[in-house]
Design a protein around this ligand. Structure first.
Ligand SMILES: [Cu+2]
Length: 460
């Protein structure tokens, strides 16, 4: 078969959605082992790609941890190069955070004990290796972490993992004749690494059988740089129930949902009518410099859902999902400004350090901000060019304003990552110490991060 005929054949071949293995810390004596390892993955039949994974060849298991527990994760490294594991969204001290200051050498094991002291949420873990984050995550070093607690369990939301509580790690990857390739070059650096194919949980062209009832989808944008604008092919609505840091106070009925790199959302979808439908995304919006120009009509399939079995009696979505202690802007003792900047002249010359924050590229030896433990601050974040997802380690924040007005519907809830182009004001409380090792804040387009769009702060 020539390449063209082969491509035609595989393009029509849907595969059952892979579900990452679930490791519940309580079933493993609060001790989990993760091994970062190289491997080979067949994204297409008969075509092997060189990849990286945790305990497998691509991506990692889903770790389920419980509020109040202390969970040891023994991370061993057999990659042949340094790596780190960052627990994205977990509220833990800086020494446990797994940022670029904490390399795990090849052959070594890192054993942080993670105190789980936050409400139920969908988090994730991924490589944050100095200068190597983008390539390591692209090759597969990412996985989900689910925090659960009694309050969430009491709501009776769908929670049978892989059945009616389905993890969806959304990524795009570049394939040539069915083999994963890694785009390089100046445009790749500028727009971030993007691919010609959507991959969900490592599955190309996936379908999932779901029960004929309410189903929870845990969505993670695990792409290096691609923005998703998700909706269903039949236009059905769904309920958004959780932002990055956990359950919203009240669910929000939506027909579409933007998800920037690093962001998560939990949604409830009613499949009781038994009709198949496809979760789709609009064309990538980050490749254009202006988000407003992104409105393309063409849709790409993300995953097809095929409801099975008998119709279940309808479940009422609880009126109130959670309650948050609300911070007031008046509690802020300081205001700081962050502008994500790109130096086009440096970029054209191919030099590193062309990305920065407030015009400065990341420097491991420089603490950019020193913050008091327990302080509340307003961070005003803006972007000189392009849309950037801004992520802060070690905190959850709320959005006070966007472009001087009230925040978008999608800005609500507690978050750790936020889409920025027009200025946003974030209300941030620093509850976790970072004395010996700092926390990072950075653009979650991973190529931008690796090229310097990152800063660091201490908390003491
Ligand atoms: Cu960026």
């Amino acid at each position: 078969m020539g390449p063209f005929a082969w491509r035609q054949a595989i393009a029509n071949e849907p595969s059952e959605l892979k579900i990452p293995e679930l490791i519940d810390a309580r079933n493993h004596g609060q001790s989990i082992s993760l091994k970062a390892q190289p491997g080979k993955t067949s994204f297409y039949p008969g075509r092997e790609s060189e990849t990286l994974g945790y305990n497998g060849s691509y991506l990692g298991p889903t770790l389920r941890v419980h509020r109040g527990d202390d969970v040891e994760v023994a991370v061993s490294n057999t990659l042949g190069e340094d790596t780190t594991v960052h627990w994205h969204g977990l509220l833990i001290p800086g020494e446990l955070d797994g940022g670029p200051h904490q390399p795990i050498a090849n052959g070594a094991t890192w054993r942080p004990v993670l105190p789980i002291r936050q409400p139920a949420a969908t988090l994730w873990y991924h490589s944050h290796a100095y200068g190597r984050t983008a390539e390591q995550v692209y090759a597969g070093l990412a996985g989900l972490m689910i925090v659960t607690d009694d309050e969430e369990k009491a709501l009776g939301l769908p929670s049978e993992y892989g059945i009616d509580d389905i993890p969806l790690v959304l990524q795009d990857r570049q394939f040539e004749d069915g083999v994963l390739t890694i785009p390089q070059g100046m445009m790749t650096m500028m727009h971030g690494r993007q691919g010609n194919t959507l991959v969900v949980n490592g599955t190309v062209n996936p379908f999932a059988r779901v029960p004929r009832r309410l189903v929870r989808l845990r969505l993670l944008n695990g792409a290096n740089a691609r923005f998703f604008n998700l909706s269903f092919s039949d236009g059905r609505s769904f309920h958004w129930v959780a932002s990055e840091a956990g359950l919203l106070e009240n669910s929000v009925e939506l027909r579409s949902l933007h998800l920037a790199p690093g962001e998560r959302a939990e949604i409830l979808v009613d499949f009781s009518d038994g009709r198949p439908t496809t979760l789709e995304t609009g064309q990538n919006s980050s490749t254009s410099m202006m988000r407003s120009r992104s409105a393309g009509a063409e849709k790409e399939a993300v995953v097809r859902f095929e409801p099975q079995g008998a119709e279940a009696s309808p479940i009422q979505i609880p009126e109130q999902l959670s309650s948050h202690a609300h911070l007031e802007a008046s509690q802020a003792i300081r205001r700081r400004h962050f502008e994500m900047t790109m130096d086009m002249r440096q970029m054209m010359s191919g030099r590193s350090g062309s990305f920065g924050i407030n015009g400065r590229s990341f420097d491991r030896g420089r603490i950019d901000q020193r913050i008091g433990l327990g302080d509340v601050e307003i961070w005003e974040v803006s972007s000189a060019m392009m849309v950037h997802p801004f992520h802060i380690h070690g905190v959850h924040f709320t959005v006070l304003s966007r472009n001087g007005s009230l925040p978008d519907v999608r800005d609500q809830g507690l978050r750790d990552t936020i889409v920025v182009q027009e200025p946003v004001e974030l209300l941030v409380k620093f509850t976790q110490p970072a004395e010996t090792l700092p926390f990072m804040y950075h653009c979650h387009i991973l190529e931008h991060e690796d090229n310097g769009m990152m800063g660091q702060f201490s908390v003491s």
